[in-house]
Design a protein around this ligand. Structure first.
Ligand SMILES: C[S@@+](CC[C@H](N)C(=O)[O-])C[C@H]1O[C@@H](n2cnc3c(N)ncnc32)[C@H](O)[C@@H]1O
Length: 257
């Protein structure tokens, strides 16, 4: 009997440090407002996560990257829609928590996380970028974001991209399940670079480009008309002389319909 008790005690003492460590790990509970490398952690309300992914029109063909992925909710929600998604997060405890959350939700194969600095991460393979950072960080990232493949969708919780105006902005209210200060989603679609001059069957086209906004002239039948329009990925639309033109960029070529 004494031998059995001694053995049980020995086993307990051997297991205790590992047990305590496991308890400690599981006990990590993030606190809204906790420090982060460049931004504190505040979670995006789930209703806005859903809306952000809706606005980006994610499909299983996409590859979503969340820059500063927190507890992994955006990546996990995308993965539940059958999309491959990767979270970039600097805080290792948040990365471990995200991985546990993805396991719990049964989407760990599609929802992956790495501990990395978003400023040192290559996100050129992403077709959708999600983020909830800060205006100055968005601005710092802007040149890299604008250099992504035309058509890449970028969705930000609340924060803008300065004079690169969003293509779409949606604010949810309490009826839509969002009642904090962080209920606005902004969408940008990376525009193809189309600035230049083109000789087309429709006339001589001169395009000036400010992000997704177009101005310039169309000269046809000896008349030059001012134009205004926009670029959405590889698609362009503009109006000149009361007529609307649509077209598509193919490499360096522009085809108008
Ligand atoms: C406002 S939270 C957003 C979390 C999540 N994307 C969401 O919408 O619920 C910002 C996150 O970025 C992380 N972060 C801050 N600076 C970072 C950096 N330089 N690289 C990677 N992650 C960073 C923070 O730890 C935090 O989890």
């Amino acid at each position: 009997m004494i031998q059995r008790i001694a053995l049980a005690l020995l086993l307990f003492l051997l297991a205790a440090p590992g047990f305590a460590q496991a308890q400690k790990k599981d006990a990590f509970v993030p606190e809204s407002g906790q420090a982060g490398k460049d931004v504190v952690w505040v979670p995006t309300p789930q209703a806005l996560v859903d809306k952000m992914l809706d606005m980006a029109k994610v499909t299983p063909a996409d590859f979503v990257m969340d820059l500063g992925s927190g507890d992994g909710r955006t990546v996990i929600t995308a993965a539940k829609r059958g999309v491959r998604a990767l979270g970039i997060e600097y805080n290792p405890d948040m990365v471990a928590l995200s991985k546990r959350n993805a396991e719990k939700e049964g989407v760990a194969a599609r929802a992956t996380f790495i501990k990395a600095d978003l400023f040192e991460t290559d996100f050129s393979k992403a077709t959708v970028i999600t983020m909830f950072l800060l205006p100055d960080i968005n601005l710092k990232l802007r040149p890299k974001l604008l250099g992504l493949k035309p058509g890449t969708r970028i969705v930000s919780n609340s924060f803008t991209m300065d004079d690169w105006k969003a293509d779409e902005t949606v604010t949810l209210d309490a009826n839509a399940g969002c009642s904090t200060s962080w209920c606005t989603a902004l969408l940008w679609i990376v525009p193809a670079r189309v600035e230049g001059s083109y000789s087309l069957p429709q006339g001589e086209l001169v395009l000036k480009q400010e992000f997704q906004m177009l101005s310039g002239t169309l000269t046809a039948d000896g008349r030059t008309r001012a134009l205004e329009g926009r670029v959405r990925g590889d698609d362009i639309t503009f109006s000149a002389g009361g007529k609307t033109y649509r077209g598509r960029v193919k490499g360096k070529q522009l085809e108008l319909r």
